[in-house]
Design a protein around this ligand. Structure first.
Ligand SMILES: Cc1ncc(COP(=O)(O)O)c(C=O)c1O
Length: 436
């Protein structure tokens, strides 16, 4: 019998589950047939199944059929065609920065790896070590940048009262950031709120940041997924690159090509001169080499095959738009279902928000209720993945949301001065004011 008490690891505390991936762990354990996973940001078909894009299947077939392909290591910076195509995709095919060789692009392990490599590079070579991230943001951002060696601060982004952008708060906080601070911006489809600045607001953000010498670091995890157009979803990034200033961009092909597990992404750094860009690239290699040596071949080959072939590229844009449109239609259906049930409150933010997620406004207690009573799984901040919904499951979700919102509501009727007053309020409020 092994003596467990003698293990050198016996003092190790159990770490908590990741708040997002832990939702799927809990979902998998649930045996109820009506269970619904709206936690993780992965696209599902109307039938609730994961989707492999047709263009991806075709590209893979092409790769398999090519006998000249070998499995040699890629260079440290990854596949050249993939890097070229990725830069064009995010900055635009006619981008002067690309034509002037001012951009260095390195293939990384999806969006997360691109952010991490960018973070490590900045911690090593940039004078200002503070990165400002929006509040709220994707839960991995603070961990990625802290572990990369940067100091993380937040700027105001979301206003719960309007369920929209806290634009004044954002401008104030960035206006008070120290000169040179790094600012993490979601290129489109902000996660978790689904709230994006308008183009006019982006222009104001750009002007403020450039006037203060703040360094933009775009996280582009949803290009094409928000509006259905690859160009429209890259406009924020392109505005910053067009002014000739420096800019970082982390791209992910997880969502827009459905290559989640292939871990395909890119980090691009736009510099002011070609010479600086090539020196930056030489240092990026020193960050990557001891981290994972070189990136994986297969996923990047799929992407490069699609980006290089105009037929496959066009087909991709059609498939991408279909995914975006299905998500937009889920938004409409959910709003209509809540309105049909007379669920109290204004739910129009569901169709105003964009991208994979809706930030419902449901609180942790309501989320726990929906999981317990309706077997619906989501993050405790009330974020739901619209991509995990289908026409069949919308009514179940609407029932659960309706029950969560109206649960504990009481109608109070009071007579005063010959008038009858009718109030609806929550039990917790009545308890708080001592009426129960
Ligand atoms: C805002 C944001 N950034 C980056 C990522 C990175 O994803 P991946 O590493 O799978 O590309 C995600 C994924 O959910 C995200 O939502």
């Amino acid at each position: 019998m092994a003596d467990h008490s003698s293990s050198v690891f016996s003092q190790i505390a159990r770490a908590p589950e990741d708040p997002i991936l832990g939702v799927t762990v809990a979902y998998n354990k649930d045996s109820d047939t009506s269970k619904l996973n709206l936690g993780v940001g992965a696209y599902r078909t109307e039938e609730g199944k994961p989707l492999v894009l047709n263009v991806v299947r075709q590209a893979e077939q092409k790769l398999v059929n090519d006998p000249s392909r070998v499995k040699e290591y890629l260079p440290i910076v990854g596949l050249a065609d993939f890097n070229k195509g990725s830069a064009k995709l995010i900055f635009g095919a006619d981008s002067p920065a690309i034509q002037e060789n001012r951009v260095t692009t390195v293939q990384c392990l999806s969006g997360t790896g691109s952010l991490r490599v960018g973070g490590e590079f900045l911690a090593k070579h940039y004078y200002e070590k503070t990165v400002y991230i929006p509040s709220p943001t994707w839960g991995n951002h603070p961990k990625i940048f802290t572990l990369a060696g940067l100091s993380v601060k937040t700027y105001r982004y979301y206003d719960p009262a309007t369920r929209g952008l806290d634009f004044q708060g954002l401008l104030e906080d960035l206006g008070n950031a120290p000169t040179g601070a790094i600012v993490l911006l979601h290129a489109c489809a902000h996660n978790p709120t689904g709230v994006d600045p308008t183009l006019d607001q982006w222009e104001q953000i750009r002007k403020l940041m450039r006037s203060k010498g703040l360094l933009p670091f775009f996280d582009s995890a949803y290009q094409g997924f928000a509006s259905g157009s690859l160009d429209a979803d890259a406009q924020s990034v392109r505005m910053f690159v067009a002014d000739g200033g420096e800019c970082f961009a982390a791209q992910s092909y997880a969502k827009n090509m459905g290559l989640y597990g292939e871990r395909v992404g890119a980090l691009s750094i736009v510099c002011k001169t070609a010479d600086v860009a090539s020196r930056v690239e030489s240092q990026l290699k020193l960050v990557i080499r001891p981290m994972y040596s070189s990136p994986p071949l297969h996923g990047a080959s799929i992407v490069a095959t699609i980006l290089k072939d105009s037929n496959l590229y066009n087909e991709w844009t059609v498939e991408l738009k279909a995914m975006a449109d299905r998500i937009i239609s889920m938004r409409k259906q959910l709003l209509e279902a809540l309105q049909a049930r007379g669920t109290p409150g204004d739910w129009t933010h569901i169709i105003k928000q964009i991208g994979m997620f809706t930030f419902t406004g449901l609180n942790a207690e309501q989320v726990a209720f929906m999981t317990r009573e309706y077997h619906i799984y989501m993050t405790s901040d009330g974020r739901i993945s619209m991509a995990g919904l289908s026409s069949k499951t919308v009514p179940h979700l609407a029932d659960a949301m309706h029950a969560a919102v109206t649960r504990g509501n009481m109608i109070i009727v009071a007579a005063y001065g010959g008038f009858l007053f009718v109030y609806r309020c929550h039990v917790s409020f009545l308890l708080e004011v001592g009426m129960l």
